[in-house]
Write a protein that binds this ligand. Structure first.
Ligand SMILES: Cc1cc2nc3c(=O)[nH]c(=O)nc-3n(C[C@H](O)[C@H](O)[C@H](O)COP(=O)(O)OP(=O)(O)OC[C@H]3O[C@@H](n4cnc5c(N)ncnc54)[C@H](O)[C@@H]3O)c2cc1C
Length: 384
């Protein structure tokens, strides 16, 4: 395994040095845990899994206050109506279209739900995404979290594997006789290659393929662009820090047409951390300005909890998935009309001598660690 970075795990990355507490820069949850291939692997390693959905207090902020129980009920009904509309539209026999065209509009919570399901969950606005792919890749609970983080889990799973770190592949020659990977590390000839870099890296030409990729594979890469989700984690040790229970999540309602709220997670595992999420276009706009993103998160927190509580927050860490040339974004979405792209990219080339795998290649668990895992297994089976 040739890995360009200085560590294994890729977008599954948990570190404790920047804030003194474990922080998942990328993946945090094992989604749809009962069907997730990582769940039994985590259990097999003896790791403790917590069901976040049963622990978390979900707060909704609207018009500068927390929503009432009645409003929360109304919001939950609107969320159910959103998914019913998406599923019905995806099954109506009409051609694929941008997902926003199927989303309910005009109701009190509709703009908030569209922002949440698009920018904040899928890391891209609904109008950029295929309706059919959104419906095909929608996941359910349980959503499990681990003390070691998903990065900790993947690092454990990689123990003992023959990994060469700091080995960036710049060029990959491929053909019926096999492959040769080349880079600053030298060159390595093999029977076959499974390429798992993100579609952001592939689209930017991060690896030069020789000969060039088949047109269908290249088109699939272009049809699976990366969205962006940037996290900002604050130390929140002061007793006057925003008053939230452990494991709570906070969403704020969209209050105007240009409003793009961040969302927050409080004190996972009782750690004094408050983690903000900024997704989609707003995150791309602050791609090279972590300080601006941190300041925007502090403003959001002040708007919800008051300036005094916000001022107690300590130092912060902002994730850099968009800027990092080894990733170029958070995870993929399919462009409208491109439902087939995930299968096309996952189809072996040269009788399995060249295979692509990773989250973008899985038609059901796309954008997740589970999708990356399952597509990697399928690619390994395709190798001659
Ligand atoms: C902010 C954020 C939140 C997320 N939340 C969740 C979540 O809660 N649950 C979930 O399941 N998923 C989540 N995800 C998605 C999940 O992390 C990814 O889908 C998954 O980890 C992708 O794995 P992969 O193997 O496809 O790609 P990657 O993890 O990107 O692995 C590809 C590897 O290739 C390396 N590389 C790049 N270029 C080269 C080169 N030229 N030569 C050699 N190596 C190279 C990279 O360094 C990287 O290690 C999240 C992601 C982000 C960014």
């Amino acid at each position: 395994m040739l890995e360009a970075g200085a560590r294994v795990g890729g977008r599954a990355h948990t570190e404790s040095h920047s804030l003194g507490l474990p922080f998942d820069h990328g993946a945090s949850w094992l989604h749809q845990a009962n069907d997730n291939p990582l769940t039994p692997l985590a259990r097999g390693l003896g790791l403790r899994l917590l069901d976040h959905d049963t622990l978390r207090d979900r707060r909704l902020v609207t018009r500068d206050r927390f929503a009432t129980p009645e409003e929360r009920k109304d919001f939950a009904a609107a969320e159910d109506a959103f998914w019913a509309a998406i599923e019905a539209a995806a099954a109506d026999g009409a051609p694929d279209r941008p997902a926003d065209q199927a989303a309910p509009q005009g109701g009190r919570w509709d703009a908030t739900i569209a922002h949440w399901e698009g920018a904040q969950i899928c890391a891209a606005e609904l109008h950029r995404m295929s309706l059919h792919d959104l419906a095909a890749t929608a996941l359910d609970g349980p959503n499990l979290i681990l003390r070691e983080g998903i990065g900790g889990l993947v690092t454990r799973l990689a123990e003992g594997l023959p990994v060469r770190l700091g080995a960036r592949v710049d060029r990959l020659r491929w053909g019926a006789a096999g492959v040769v990977a080349e880079g600053g590390f030298g060159s390595l000839a093999a029977r076959a290659a499974i390429v798992t870099v993100s579609t952001g890296v592939l689209a930017a030409g991060g690896i030069a393929f020789d000969p060039p990729l088949p047109a269908a594979t290249q088109q699939a890469i272009d049809d699976l662009p990366m969205g962006l989700l940037t996290k900002v984690a604050f130390r929140a040790d002061d007793p006057a820090a925003p008053d939230l229970p452990a494991f709570a999540s906070v969403r704020r309602a969209v209050e105007s047409t240009d409003d793009r709220p961040m969302s927050f997670l409080s004190r996972l595992f009782h750690d004094p951390l408050l983690i903000g999420f900024c997704g989609g276009a707003r995150a791309w706009e602050m791609l090279h300005d972590a300080a601006a993103l941190e300041a925007a998160a502090r403003d959001e927190i002040a708007g919800i909890f008051g300036a005094r509580a916000a001022a107690t927050l300590g130092r912060a860490t902002v994730t850099r998935w968009g800027e990092d040339v080894l990733f170029r974004g958070a995870y993929s979405h399919a462009r409208p009309g491109a439902l087939a792209a995930r299968r096309v990219l996952g189809t072996p080339v040269a009788d399995g001598r060249l295979c692509f795998a990773g989250e973008a290649c899985h038609p059901r668990f796309a954008a997740t660690v589970a999708g990356a895992w399952l597509s990697g297994m399928a690619a390994a089976r395709a190798v001659p």
